[in-house]
Design a binder for this molecule. Structure first.
Ligand SMILES: [Zn+2]
Length: 282
């Protein structure tokens, strides 16, 4: 017997209560593609609809319908287009409202059914609570969602399944980002469901790795400036010599964010383009 049913893409299950779909927008910044999560077995929430891609959104809707779920709201981790652009379309398909921390920089998402997420908002899912956790740094509006039990943290771009997150001005703020990593560390989640890349089962280890990576980058920056005061392009040339040229612009943003953090802490200063350690004597 042949079947004319379209083969729906099957999601990856996360601790029996969340289901990951990956959009087909793979790339250097999106890894294998944006992860969209359906959270909950009957009354469900969707975390990050992803890009406005018909195939991705219709396979999500098909799966939600065939598994008899009702979607209570579409939640955004932040407003970047690879996470949020499909929100309005999906909201129409599912007749569900959109919730985001602060849509001010992204007027596109201010739909009639959009509401600002309160920083302490909590949603009931199965026998657990899905709690909003402000984790600014990658962008000012970045939030994570913590489902406990069983202890899943949905981190958007704050922590990825592989590699490190881009933190670069004007949106990125390294001081806020490092503080957000510390907030996540103290929550001791069981696993991380990132916006890109695989599910992370060693959550404590991954958060520690992220914190140590930033500490190491900061020490390298201070070390380089102590040797010789430098501009951002010359710091990038020295510290990111092995980085492909097309990614060096991103590296410059990351260096800039690191310098701004050190400046806030009174460790470095700059005159024009050139950055110095505060203690530097010529
Ligand atoms: Zn992002």
């Amino acid at each position: 017997m042949s079947s004319s049913f379209r083969k729906a893409s099957e999601p990856t299950e996360v601790l029996g209560v969340a289901y990951r779909f990956t959009a087909s927008n793979a790339g250097p910044m999106t890894l294998q593609g944006t992860n969209t999560y359906v959270v909950g077995r009957e009354q469900a929430y969707i975390v990050d609809p992803g890009p406005d891609d018909d195939r991705h959104l219709s396979s999500l809707v098909d799966w939600v319908n065939t598994t008899h779920r009702t979607v209570s709201a579409i939640l955004l981790t932040h407003g970047h287009p690879d996470h949020a652009l499909g929100a309005m379309h999906l909201a129409q398909l599912l007749h569900a409202p959109i919730r985001a921390a602060d849509s001010a920089p992204y007027p596109l998402y201010v739909a009639t059914n959009h509401a600002t997420l309160q920083p302490d908002a909590v949603f009931g899912v199965e026998n657990g609570l899905l709690r909003v956790v402000a984790t600014p740094g990658h962008t000012p509006d970045s939030v994570s969602y913590f489902l406990d039990p069983p202890g899943i943290i949905f981190t958007g771009d704050t922590i990825l399944g592989q590699g490190s997150t881009l933190v670069a001005p004007p949106e990125g703020d390294m001081t806020a980002y490092v503080a957000s990593l510390d907030v996540l560390r103290r929550m001791h989640p069981r696993c991380i469901a990132p916006g890109h890349g695989p599910i992370v089962n060693d959550a404590d280890g991954k958060i520690r790795e992220y914190i140590e990576h930033r500490q190491q980058r900061e020490a390298e920056l201070l070390g380089a400036l102590t040797e010789v005061p430098s501009s951002i392009p010359s710091l990038v040339a020295r510290l990111y010599a092995d980085t492909p040229l097309e990614l060096q612009e991103l590296a410059a943003g990351s260096v800039h964010a690191g310098l701004q953090k050190l400046e806030c802490e009174g460790q470095v200063r700059h005159e024009g383009e050139v950055w110095y350690p505060v203690e530097f004597r010529q």
